[in-house]
Design a binder for this molecule. Structure first.
Ligand code: CAA
Length: 258
């Protein structure tokens, strides 16, 4: 069982909750290790079609654990950052959709966790930022890379160099989050989106994620070839036959995930 996170499956959805509310869900090495284990569970479970990531209490995640990091030398710091990268990259590369339901502070490693997810829905009370330079480090869970890819280089530099905290509306304006809702409506909005995605052909959703995420860092020619390969996987699936037959027969499709 996990001590610092909660992982539950309800229906087709996985719920991954960072659960250290007294430390505003700060990511220490124990949380990272539990997240790595939960991600293995998620990957192995075909019944889980989409995952909602959120935080317990008033924060989403207020960053990597500063108390723990304050004692680390360069070798140890590097190891912790690599553990963070592993978690973020696993989310990014797993062919299942992850939705961040950002309920409060998403700072430093918290903003990086939200950015590793496929889609971010924020409570209107959420706050975002990369405060690391004020602590003598830089974003270390791939924030220098994912933030610039999401909001552009100039805005990423503005946020990272200034360490400024922004509210949910500003995060929406710059493209850091895809939707902002009232705090009480957050989980409902995340579940509605997750259920909508879960109702689509899982192979198609997985191939769309692979094509978008892997293609983003390629030149257009290679990325377009990647899309051809991804569509070929879809055309080779039973679910492509089912999806198109269901459309023509005016009925709901029954996905087999093969
Ligand atoms: N690490 C460890 N503990 C943290 C923490 C963090 N990132 N963020 C908050 N906490 C702890 C506080 O130390 C405090 O603990 P105590 O009750 O034992 O004193 C508790 O959580 C509650 O926090 P506050 O009293 O500070 O709550 P607040 O509402 O007054 O302020 C806040 C909230 C503005 C988010 C403030 O807590 C804050 O600035 N936190 C740090 C944010 C930060 O700098 N994050 C980046 C970390 S570096 C990083 O993430 C590196 C990376 O890229 C991987």
């Amino acid at each position: 069982m996990y001590e610092n996170i909660k992982y539950e499956v309800k229906g087709n959805l996985g719920y991954l909750t960072i659960n250290r509310p007294k430390a505003l869900n700060a990511l220490n090495t124990e949380v990272l290790s539990e997240l790595a284990d939960a991600l293995k569970e998620i990957e192995a479970d075909d019944a889980v079609k989409a995952v909602i990531v959120t935080g317990e209490g008033k924060a989403f995640v207020a960053g990597a654990d500063i108390a723990q990091m304050s004692k680390l030398n360069a070798v140890e710091g590097r190891a912790m950052m690599q553990a963070g990268h592993k978690v973020m990259n696993t989310i990014d590369q797993m062919p299942k959709p992850f939705i961040a339901a950002v309920n409060g502070f998403a700072l430093g490693g918290g903003c990086e966790l939200a950015m590793a997810c496929d889609i971010r829905i924020a409570s209107s009370k959420a706050k975002f930022g990369q405060p690391e330079v004020g602590l003598g480090i830089i974003p270390g869970f791939c924030g220098t890379q994912r933030l610039s890819r999401l909001v552009g280089k100039g805005m990423a530099k503005y946020l990272i160099y200034s360490a400024e905290m922004i509210n949910a509306e500003e995060a929406f304006r710059i493209g850091l989050v895809e939707k902002v809702v009232e705090p009480d409506a957050l989980m409902e909005a995340a579940e509605k989106l997750a259920n909508t995605i879960a109702s689509k052909a899982p192979i198609a959703v997985a191939q769309a994620k692979i094509a978008i995420n892997n293609g983003f860092d390629m030149d257009l020619k290679s990325a377009s070839q990647l899309e051809v390969e991804a569509t070929t996987v879809c055309f080779g699936s039973e679910d492509q036959k089912e999806g198109m037959a269901a459309f023509l027969e005016k009925r709901a499709p029954e996905w087999k995930n093969r």
